[in-house]
Design a protein around this ligand. Structure first.
Ligand SMILES: NC(=O)c1ccc[n+]([C@@H]2O[C@H](COP(=O)([O-])OP(=O)(O)OC[C@H]3O[C@@H](n4cnc5c(N)ncnc54)[C@H](O)[C@@H]3O)[C@@H](O)[C@H]2O)c1
Ligand SMILES: [Zn+2]
Length: 457
């Protein structure tokens, strides 16, 4: 399934659901063209209310179907908003190759929004409500997912759902790969044969991958469900990408890092003695199921690891996500990452901005022989990135309280240069501008000064 990856994202729903407004915003977030079928019809044929009056509903439905097929015939994956009545044309939505999201609205809100407009089907409240009741089940039937706002549509498009794993969301036979420690704290999310992996980075080894390859009994129709933190989802995702040349997988992340970062975007990996994440694959999950309820057992230290990525995401989005309660914070951050990854599934460009602060972080981690946690290093890296961007560092200081680390300055600098080859005395970094993150060359001397400020005497 994999949501709308590489496919059209088709929005259906009742009048007043906001398909055009939300569709336009979603298209901008995904970097895709936006097509509004009603608008296309109007551009070519004149106002819809006139068409209705002069030619009747049936003639309009035919036009609508023709314009939708035309829109869906475009090669470039687009966001396509379809008029509320398209579900009444039999098989229309089934015939087009797209991921269909039902943009849901309740009847009262819909009526409030459209009454008094020129819409031909919004003149009598009784009829309006009757039509609503008749159409709702049709939308549900036609749609692959349901959403109510921009983030909801983006998440659906990425195959991400928030809440517990339901048995209907796992097609065919399944096996579970679970973090042994998490299994002591939480019941497995589904009843299936399971394989335990060690907690933490020890799971991301060739040995664990081999053990899983050899233990799995799934055939090509099977699904691997990964239950645990980023380490568990990274190794299980990699095994799913390679076992039988690839089977479906569903991460169910249980850490904040997993829920806002690791389980989203289809990157999977294991480590080698030579370095972290050196072997891996892009393998977009069939779906990702995020239940913030798991976070209640997370130790404070682990939470801080996740908050570093939350603050990074909020800075990129220009919104203080870190101030939100867990459920909302996870949803917003997951949607932000999902949009960027849908836009750039194979890491060819736009995804680079997610590296905000990470060039410095990687250098500090390497210089410390990985004795400094990723979150702590990212907190420092964000500080450096903000300083170089000429932006206030207050949020990072208040939320993450970064402490300079005692590492060798030359080692850290060498590590940074290895990570980012300097070209003509400049290093390319992600900085923060008015519109979010962007990559830009920065003079080596400035980068080194910023790095030095992160290191304790
Ligand atoms: N694939 C990606 O795009 C991506 C992105 C970011 C990070 N990562 C990877 O993720 C890994 C880090 O993930 P992580 O921070 O989730 O660490 P982790 O998976 O090692 O989990 C950290 C610890 O928390 C425990 N734990 C997990 N869920 C818990 C819960 N609900 N309650 C209590 N304890 C719980 C685990 O048992 C473990 O001991 C790194 O290997 C990193 O490379 C991958
Ligand atoms: Zn990170």
């Amino acid at each position: 399934m994999s949501g709308a990856l590489g496919k059209h994202l088709v929005l259906v729903g009742f009048m007043g659901a906001g398909k055009s407004t939300l569709g336009r915003e979603v298209a901008a977030r995904l970097g895709r063209p936006f097509l509004d079928v009603d608008e296309e019809v109007e551009r070519a044929e004149g106002p819809i209310w006139e068409l209705f009056e002069q030619q009747g509903e049936a003639a309009f439905r035919e036009l609508e179907a023709r314009f939708l097929r035309e829109a869906a015939g475009r090669r470039e994956p687009s966001v396509i908003a379809v008029g509320g009545g398209a579900v009444e044309t039999r098989n229309l939505l089934e015939d087009i190759d797209g991921f269909v999201v039902h943009v849901h609205v309740d009847a009262d809100t819909a009526w409030e929004r459209v009454q008094g407009s020129r819409r031909p089907l919004a003149r009598h409240e009784g009829e309006f409500r009757e039509r609503y009741a008749r159409r709702e089940p049709l939308y549900e039937q036609a749609a692959d997912a349901r959403a109510e706002d921009v983030d909801g549509i983006v998440l659906a498009a990425a195959g991400v759902s928030i809440g517990p794993l339901t048995t209907e969301s796992v097609a065919g036979p399944a096996e579970l790969v679970a973090d042994a420690h998490v299994l002591e704290l939480h019941a497995p999310p589904l009843d299936a044969p399971f394989h335990e992996v060690p907690p933490g980075e020890d799971a991301k080894t060739v040995d664990t991958a081999e053990q899983l390859w050899r233990e799995l009994r799934l055939d090509r129709t099977g699904t691997l469900v990964a239950f645990g933190g980023g380490c568990t989802t990274d190794v299980a995702g990699f095994v799913a990408a390679t076992y039988l040349r690839g089977v479906d997988w569903i991460p169910v992340p249980t850490t904040l890092v997993g829920q806002v970062d690791a389980a989203i975007g289809g990157k999977t990996a294991i480590d080698l003695p030579e370095g972290k994440n050196l072997v891996g694959a892009f393998h977009w999950p069939a779906r990702t199921v995020i239940d913030p309820g798991y976070l209640t057992t997370l130790p404070e230290e682990q939470r801080r690891e996740g908050m570093a990525e939350v603050v990074k995401t909020g800075l990129l989005a220009g919104e203080p996500y870190w101030e939100l309660p867990d459920d909302e914070l996870v949803r917003r951050c997951a949607a932000f990452k999902a949009a960027i990854c849908l836009r750039d599934p194979h890491d060819h460009g736009p995804r680079l901005v997610l590296n905000l602060g990470h060039t410095f972080a990687h250098a500090l981690e390497a210089a410390a022989g990985f004795e400094v946690s990723h979150g702590r290093a990212v907190a420092l890296g964000l500080l450096a990135a903000l300083r170089l961007s000429g932006k206030p560092t207050q949020a990072v200081e208040e939320i993450l309280a970064p402490e300079p680390v005692p590492v060798d300055r030359d080692l850290a600098w060498q590590a940074l240069l290895r990570d980012k080859k300097a070209i003509r005395g400049e290093v390319r970094l992600v900085l923060l501008g008015e519109e979010g993150g962007f990559t830009t060359p920065v003079a080596e001397a400035d980068v080194r000064r910023a790095l030095d400020e992160l290191i304790a005497e």
